[in-house]
Design a protein around this ligand. Structure first.
Ligand SMILES: NC(=O)c1ccc[n+]([C@@H]2O[C@H](COP(=O)([O-])OP(=O)(O)OC[C@H]3O[C@@H](n4cnc5c(N)ncnc54)[C@H](O)[C@@H]3O)[C@@H](O)[C@H]2O)c1
Length: 492
């Protein structure tokens, strides 16, 4: 834990704290901060925190970590069922370490859950981290965020810090600031403080990551930045980097989009390599190996998830020519159909098995998973579909695999490691196996594109017209996390 934190929790009047503050609000000076010793006399303790959206995939880990760091946290969420589940000590989704921490903060009483917004009025800090989806026409939807702000106008008070943490369109923090100023008569930076500080953790590893990641704190003034820095230094070790709010909003979106576009590029490279009968995974591993100027991700069929999919629409909403981002959508979204067409060229699909319905491995989140796109296309072909996913209720149908003509590995969960065992359940030597992830070791010798027949696995022979080119072996990824993007994940 940082020295900041212990300083923050000590009586402020006796303290001097080394802050990393920019000389001005410009991003250049913020990126190259100077250290100044600033007395803390004027900074009050911010002990009571209200977190709106506390039952969510990122709101919950944040609430747990803050409550475990000496704050009194009220976790507000509209979903009563989620609240009840949490109060009973259960975490409604997969998140490493969450149950343990939940038990601890429930025991100490430092985290309480409610559906009521009342505690905002007595909180020093309010964090907003509710969902910000896109609508059916892919338009960003920040209306519920604005609704929460409007509904709680009478509860916002002087000297309060409001931290927007949901992912939002550029300009939203300014909108929120103006709204509060207009409706309360308070002035931001003097009477109350608003910052945009996006969440950038990796779902399932959030608790591990929160404390260490740097915070992109978008603040209108140094006063607001300083208030936010004091708050964050109470529970993180990472640095607070000052930006303007709109810069921080864009910073969050491009953090995700840079990954999404890089996965699209990897997938385009896969399509090119496939056209030449070459194995893209081997090429990526060889090119990256010990070469300082390249870090290509591996291709994969399931680039989705709640963030990577929709954040691009937040970024390009008001622009005319965001071609690289929009083209990336086309590439990533078309991969399931590309694979399906390849399989149809090899067999008549009467029964298909989809392994993995979530958007990333070893997790239970199905939001914007391309497995559902594949399922839709298979339905359109009137194929019988078997979904297998040990993390998704109702989808653990190992017993129905027998006789499948095609096996699509959409999510490389660790439970799918044993290809021979899966093929034994399928019991159809002609079944076409599709492993664009390069998850199964058998791939390397059987085909360049990750598509081969079940009998080749047992006999170890190359077939289906694919060229197998002997090359020097490079280190293959060992875990499903490594496979889905160089130790990272293709979802977000
Ligand atoms: N999931 C991620 O990995 C991730 C990572 C970084 C940032 N984000 C961003 O964080 C935000 C939240 O994402 P999430 O995945 O946790 O969403 P989520 O849907 O899992 O959680 C949102 C929570 O907010 C609650 N909620 C919705 N409206 C509310 C309201 N008016 N008042 C109180 N509670 C309300 C919901 O019941 C839900 O529990 C989004 O803006 C998202 O883009 C998500």
């Amino acid at each position: 834990m940082s020295t900041h934190r212990s300083s923050f929790l000590s009586p402020p009047a006796r303290l001097e704290l080394t802050h990393t503050l920019p000389r001005s609000a410009s991003p250049i000076s913020a990126a190259a901060p100077s250290s100044e010793v600033i007395p803390l006399q004027s900074v009050p303790e911010l002990k009571k925190v209200a977190i709106i959206g506390a039952g969510g995939h990122v709101g919950l880990p944040l609430s747990l970590v803050i409550a475990d760091s000496g704050f009194q946290v009220t976790g507000i969420d509209l979903n009563l069922q989620t609240i009840r589940t949490l109060e009973n000590g259960s975490v409604p989704f997969v998140e490493d370490g969450a149950e343990h921490l939940l038990a601890k903060v429930l025991r100490t009483g430092s985290l309480k859950f409610t559906t009521s917004y009342e505690s905002i009025a007595e909180s020093d800090t309010v964090v907003l981290i509710i969902g910000t989806p896109v609508d059916a026409n892919l338009n960003p939807r920040i209306d519920s965020l604005l609704d929460v702000v409007e509904q709680n106008m009478s509860r916002f008070h002087e000297n309060q810090l409001i931290v927007l943490r949901s992912t939002v369109s550029p300009g939203t923090t300014e909108l929120v600031k103006d709204l509060i100023e207009d409706l309360t008569g308070m002035t931001e930076g003097e009477d109350f403080f608003v910052v945009f500080a996006p969440e950038r953790v990796l779902q399932t590893k959030a608790i591990e990551e929160i404390r260490g990641l740097p915070q992109l704190v978008g603040a209108f003034s140094e006063a607001s930045f300083r208030r936010a820095e004091d708050f964050f230094s109470g529970f993180i070790d990472g640095q607070c980097i000052m930006l303007q709010p709109v810069e921080s909003e864009i910073g969050k979106l491009i953090t995700n989009m840079a990954r999404y576009v890089s996965f699209a590029l990897a997938n385009e490279f896969y399509l090119i390599a496939d056209a030449f009968g070459a194995n893209m995974h081997r090429i990526v591993r060889a090119c990256n190996q010990d070469y300082p100027r390249l870090d290509l991700p591996s291709p994969g069929p399931n680039v989705g998830g709640p963030c990577l999919y929709k954040d691009g629409y937040y970024l390009v909403d008001k622009l005319q020519f965001p071609d690289i981002i929009t083209t990336s959508f086309k590439i990533n979204e078309s991969i399931p159909m590309y694979l399906l067409e390849k399989v149809r060229g090899l067999t008549d699909i009467k029964k298909a098995a989809i392994l993995g319905m979530t958007f990333k491995p070893n997790c239970d989140d199905t939001r914007n998973s391309l497995s559902y796109k594949l399922r839709k296309h298979l339905r359109g072909m009137r194929a019988e579909i078997v979904e297998v996913d040990p993390y998704v209720p109702g989808a653990e149908t190992w017993d129905r695999l027998a006789g499948a003509d095609a096996l699509f590995l959409m999510t490389p969960h660790r439970e799918f490691r044993d290809l021979q065992g899966i093929l034994a359940k399928i019991d159809n030597p002609n079944c076409v196996v599709v492993d664009m992830w390069d998850f199964w070791d058998e791939n390397e010798s059987l085909s360049h594109d990750g598509i081969y027949r079940a009998y080749q696995v047992t006999s170890g022979t190359a077939g289906n017209g694919s060229k197998t080119i002997p090359v020097q072996r490079h280190r293959r990824p060992q875990t499903s996390e490594e496979i889905s993007g160089s130790g990272d994940t293709q979802g977000g």
